[in-house]
Ligand binder design. Sequence first.
Ligand code: NAD
Ligand code: FES
Length: 279
Amino acid sequence: MFKVLQNEELAPDVHRLVVEAPLVAAAREPGQFVIVRPEEGAERIPLTIAHAEREQGTITLVVQAVGHTTRLIAETPVGGGILDVAGPLGKPTEIRNWGKVVCIGGGVGTAVLYPLAEALAEAGNHVVTIIGGRTEKHLIMRDELAAISDELLLTTEDGSAGARGFVTAELEKLLSDQTTRPDAVYAVGPVPMMAAVADMTRPHSLKTIVSLNPIMVDGTGMCGGCRVSVGDEVKFACVDGPEFNAHQVDFSELSTRQRTYQEEYCRLDEQLRDKEKGK
Ligand code: NAD
Ligand code: FES
């Protein structure tokens, strides 16, 4: 069992958990993830390691409760435990001093963005971070990102904080001016957002890296569940990624694959809810 030491609600249905996992904390590098199984027989959920404290032997995970298993993880009480935390998995982020970097986080993807932005800042980059959510309540890790970024721009779809609209509108402004145009862009969030970012930076031939979260099962390159097409090659996000060159990712295929088990998943989720009610 991996003990949960803290559990805080960051946004509606989005929880930040600090979990005791000393071996993972000691080995982890920015961009890597773990696969979590809250209890025997449960589905495996890949979660990015948002932060790690080697000295304390802890890792920080951010989970959005969207179904039965993610709800179980999100609702683990302080002092409670998670059955399995396997990792660190995946390739670490390619961190370099690019010069000026724009880091973009859409919704919950902001939690995945944080360790990348932190490492890029530590590497000496000038970091401009853009984060967006549906409303002010959906903006997560604002203070943490403000502390490590040279500039933090906020967007909300209802205009309750920052500029009204999508994160991509802020990126467009930065790209349109030679003095603010970055040398590299890192984007993490919903697939349509990452696809839109790729389309915007492609004409400028700007290095653009996205972190993908396709369906994962084993997380070790064996099941093929996380298959993505990148350029002319088939890659497995769990071992070849999760980060890829945005200009080569087939986002349309990725989006179709994300929806493949949607109906089945909703049905299973309903069955599990009914079972829980009948307890
Ligand atoms: P959301 O749908 O509320 O979107 C959050 C923000 O992303 C929006 O406010 C907007 O600024 C931007 N955005 C969304 N669609 C866009 C588009 N078409 N064009 C430009 N910008 C767009 O997101 P949420 O509910 O907080 O997060 C859930 C989504 O995030 C899921 O799709 C999930 O798969 C994805 N996610 C991805 C990762 C990853 O590693 N890539 C990690 C966690 C979650
Ligand atoms: Fe099975 Fe990547 S999760 S191959």
